[in-house]
Design a protein around this ligand. Sequence first.
Ligand SMILES: Cc1cc2nc3c(=O)[nH]c(=O)nc-3n(C[C@H](O)[C@H](O)[C@H](O)COP(=O)(O)O)c2cc1C
Length: 317
Amino acid sequence: MPQNARLTTNLAGVTLSTPVVLAAGTAGMLDEMSDVTNLAGIGAIVAKSITKEPRAGNAYPRITFTRAGMLNAIGLANPGLEAFKRDIAPKVASVPTTVIGSIAGDTIEDYVAIAQAMDAIEGINLVELNVSCPNVHSGLEFGADPAALAELVGAVSESLNSTKLFVKLSPITVGTPNTIVDLAMVAIDAGGDGITLTNTVPAMGIDVHTRKPILSNTTGGLSGPAIHPIVVRLVHLVYSQFAHEPTYAGIPIMAAGGVTRWQDAAEFILAGASAVQIGAGNFADPRMSLKVTKGLDKWVAKMGCANISELVGTVIV
Ligand SMILES: Cc1cc2nc3c(=O)[nH]c(=O)nc-3n(C[C@H](O)[C@H](O)[C@H](O)COP(=O)(O)O)c2cc1C
């Protein structure tokens, strides 16, 4: 793996060769992007979210493109934990970059079972908890209910040995009395090692000729450039009001939302992110992550820094 001292970044003790990461669900199950890009030049891949049982996902159409990104209602299609252990886990150690596992579920027991399985996989030292899933008991998303979030993160973190735990939050806290800062704090207090901001924004598109929703699921999640400034603000809030505070100093943030140019990634770094994920951008250009990495490298040098971490959270407000 090429090492460039300027771009190495540290996520709760896990070192990435660059801060540019392929976001969950947008880069195949594991290493399928190796056909079209050089994975060794990418900081990490977040594998597709895994649930305990296989899921076919929602009916088609489940992806549509918008003027500034894409709407998806994939519905967490994945082969389930047993197939992951059998077919995917044995390949993890040979992927030429860091692999981050992604866990989804609708009960705490399911999340814990997957976390324990991932903890045992050679080559997975970091997992991301997708908490934008409804809790089967309450119907509320885990990430929107502080008590459920604390219970979930606590149970998963206890089940992990050395594997680090990032909690991936939804950008929308409307309808709950909590802010994104409250939820991030709950996740860290319960045992999380870092925060990923964010998942997609709930959204909808309508075909004006048929008058039907474009997605079979009626609604889906918006991602891509349209959401980038929204997520910049959330990263800034979580960094400046929480992750930067002395008690929590050093809690890393991974930003995900609309990165399609190096400048978008640089904005996230300045807002407080230690790493930046690319999701929808991979569909537009599978080599986008390499281009963003190159641009970031030049930017860090131009800013006179020896390492990109010197720029984390340094927006002047
Ligand atoms: C087609 C598609 C599938 C996704 N699947 C997952 C998933 O399985 N798990 C997850 O945590 N996020 C998933 N996401 C969300 C992305 O990982 C990312 O958080 C979001 O798209 C914002 O980043 P972007 O604007 O760069 O796409 C998916 C996004 C897209 C577009």
